[in-house]
Every structure is written in structure tokens, then in C-alpha cells.
Design a protein around this ligand. Sequence first.
Ligand code: PRP
Ligand code: ZN
Ligand code: MG
Length: 224
Amino acid sequence: MRPRDRLRIAMQKSGRLTEPAQDLLMRCGLAFRQSRDKLFCFGEGEPVDLLLVRDDDIPGLIAQGVCDLGIVGRNVLNEYQLTAGREDAVALAEWRALGFGRCRLSLAVPQEMDYAGPVCMAGKRIATSYPGLLGRWLRERGIDAGVVTLAGSVEIAPRLGTADAICDLVQSGGTLAANQLRETDVLLESEALLVGPQVLPADERGDLVGLLLKRIDGVIQVRE
Ligand code: PRP
Ligand code: ZN
Ligand code: MG
């Protein structure tokens, strides 16, 4: 990886975290000129640029050194930590909890299913985009269940007959209700995090990170 003298932050291109993440960086005094394809935003004042990507790609981009920092949900970070291959050897750290994008990763079953606890999932199929987190939860309980990995639209799987239950993010609960599903167990409480490598780059970027962290702490304090 060619050394860079500008700091690069990855964030979600479009989704729940996009607006609050942009708002946070703005409050930190950062301003960006959007490129035409809107994937790369050049920083106007400080030498800090933005990369707008799929949230699931953010931990890998930091681990590979393509980006220095990322704003991403704890759900995505932890799933990455459980499933990433050995080639992505850089250990990632949770630097700041940002207080927005709160949601939970939960198990949900069809409204009418008799559910008397996690053991009811033995021998059942569970659809999820989080096979790492779900697999760990099942293992910890000694439950042998099938994990059906889907990239999206997980909530429809029970109605299609491709799974008996789902494990997905819940925020308002609207998606579950619309699909006649009932939340039974919370696997993980999540919120947006500032994520970075455990060891900072030993150049100007390290100093920039220090400055940014100070400003973020200021913004978070004012909010509380
Ligand atoms: C999540 C989840 C549900 C929805 C739940 O998707 O997969 O579809 O949010 O939210 P609710 O309880 O408020 O209805 P999201 O669009 O956040 O992420 P994704 O595109 O990465 O699945
Ligand atoms: Zn996603
Ligand atoms: Mg979704």
C-alpha cells in the first residue's frame, strides 16, 4: 500500500448511518466536495477524505489499509471479526461509540410458532446475514440449527419456506411486524462506532486521527 498523507474515512453510502455520520463529521468542522460519482468526497479544509461504500465492506477496507477509519455499526464490525479470513490480519479496534444508529440483532420467529426458548431452534433453519454472530450464539448454547445465509430480505424467508426463523437487525420493529414475525432473543445491542486499526499509522495521519478524536469527543459531550 502506497503511503498516503491524507486521512481517509469510510462510511455507509446510503442507509441508516449515512446522514448522522455526515452530520457528525460536519460538526467536527470537516467539509467535503463531492465527486461526481459520489463514492469519493475530497476534504476541503483538513486533509481528510471520505469514501462512501457498503457498510459491510468497511472493516475489510480498514484492515487492508485502503481506509484509515470507518463509521460502522457494531453488528458489522463484530461479524467481520468472527468471519474474516487470515489475509486480513490487521486487528480492528472500537475507538468511540457514537450514540446513533442504535439497533439490535435479534432472533425472530413466526407469530404463531410456539417458542419456549433457544432450544426450540434445534433442528430448525434460521435465515440471517450474520452467520458469524448467529453461529457463535448457537454454539454457546449447544444448539444444532441450520444457518441459511442471505445478503438481504431475510424477513421474507419464513414465508417462502426457506427458513423457520430469522436473525436480523431490529430498530423500530416495523419490518418484523409487517412480516408477522415476533422478536424472541437479543443477540447483540448495536450502535454506530468509529472503527480503526489497533495501531495508528506513524505519520501525519496519526496526528490527524488524534485531532479528529478530540473533536468527536467534544461533539459527543455537547450532545449528552
Ligand atoms: C435492517 C434489517 C431490517 C430493518 C429493521 O436493514 O435488515 O430490514 O433494518 O428495521 P426496523 O425494525 O426499523 O423495521 P437495514 O436496511 O438497516 O440494513 P441492510 O440494508 O444492511 O440490511
Ligand atoms: Zn448492510
Ligand atoms: Mg434490511
